[in-house]
Design a protein around this ligand. Structure first.
Ligand SMILES: [Zn+2]
Length: 142
């Protein structure tokens, strides 16, 4: 059965497991004006399921840029790599914050490809993060 239905109980469980942070840019719900979205790691358009192991949360911005992508080109190696999987991979194994805590640096081909594909360092995101840093809200410690 293919269904777009995801129960509120499952949505809540995914939000809690994700720590109420976007799996990609790590923005916390308490600093966002729009709700974190339940996203499909493998997109529905690519036969991704509504099973818990295929769901995570993303901010509206990351989810929009991710869209139906599952892989992207690493700008360093010029090879195609899978996008970061926030459920099975550790963010800090693939990314780190720059010294100012505002720019996401890709540490691996997966990290670099994901930074590019999801526009994780758009100028608006950097401008907002600078304000979060000034307020003492950012970057996240974990
Ligand atoms: Zn995000």
């Amino acid at each position: 059965m293919t269904s777009s239905y995801i129960s509120e109980e499952l949505r809540q469980r995914v939000r809690v497991t994700a720590g109420d942070r976007c799996g990609y840019c790590r923005s916390h719900q308490q600093y966002l004006l729009t709700p974190l979205e339940i996203e499909h790691i493998i997109p529905s358009s690519r036969e991704g399921t509504n099973d818990e192991e295929n769901l995570w949360v993303a901010c509206a911005r990351c989810n929009r840029f991710k869209s139906s992508q599952i892989e992207a080109v690493d700008p360093v190696t010029k090879e195609v790599h899978p996008l970061f999987n926030p459920r099975t991979q550790k963010w800090s194994s693939h990314f780190q914050w720059d010294a100012d805590g505002v720019v996401i640096l890709g540490l691996t081909p997966i990290g670099r490809a994901s930074v590019e594909a999801l526009h994780l360092n758009h100028e608006l995101s950097i401008a907002v993060r600078r304000n979060w840093v000034a307020a003492g809200w950012h970057p996240p410690s974990e």
